[in-house]
Design a protein around this ligand. Sequence first.
Ligand code: PAF
Length: 291
Amino acid sequence: MQQFTTIADQRAWSRQQIRAGKRIGFVPTMGALHEGHISLVQQARAHSDVVVASVFVNPTQFDNPDDLANYPRTLAADAKMLEGAGVDVLFTPEAREIYQEGHCTFVEMVGPLTDKLCAATRPGHFRGVTTVVTKLFSIVQPDVAVFGEKDLQQVLIIARMVSDLNLPVEIVVAPTVRDADGLAMSSRNRRLNPDMRERALGLPRGLQLANRAFEHGERASLKLIEAVANELLVHPGVDLDYCNVVKLSGFQEVDQADDGCVLAAAVFIDGVRLIDHIHLGRETFPVALDD
Ligand code: PAF
């Protein structure tokens, strides 16, 4: 596996691959990798000839300086995992390489995808994501890029942006990968001690209970949200950031759920923010890994 830190080196390599007729797959990450990321690499390999992964903790998508400072950074271990997974190039630019002196151009989406859920409680977050993903696409020039379904709002926003800006990149969405206890894999999970993890499990359990209620005929969004909130109350010390029912198509909040809806929630466990969601009425949490 080759590793590049400059835009010039990454571009030169990508240009060579394009000239050779190779299809480039891309997995952008912020590092602190886990099996969920490796599943993204596997998808990228299945859809392309050569695979680039980036590790870049993007400062413009953090609305909270403590969150940025505490974001786990494990580059040596990440590189080992990516090499083991068959990645051809690891792109690890410094922040000053991506945001050069005087940088003042951003990509910002408006409308229903960016006025609720994570967008409502993390101002500026998605502007940072759309900006960096556009820049990374312009540097890596992938044919296909893979994102995890766990970050559902992010995936929908990126897919919309690619379509709105006519970017020549196919977006592939890979299913959420969970640990055997049901917690969705996330780089932030490393910040959970066993007690915090037990509290965090209220999130997937609450979503599953709400889904069961939906399957038994409950349609009132408030009741489904209440099912999540009640489960979170079982272990004190979980702060609910948001919990909403939205239509997948159009991303509108609804009072009455149907099977085109998603129940999505974010919680804080002693300052660690975790998100998760469930597609109402669909098979519950299909992808789990054994420890
Ligand atoms: O999902 C992430 O890890 C980040 O938001 C992304 C897409 C790599 C952009 O920084």
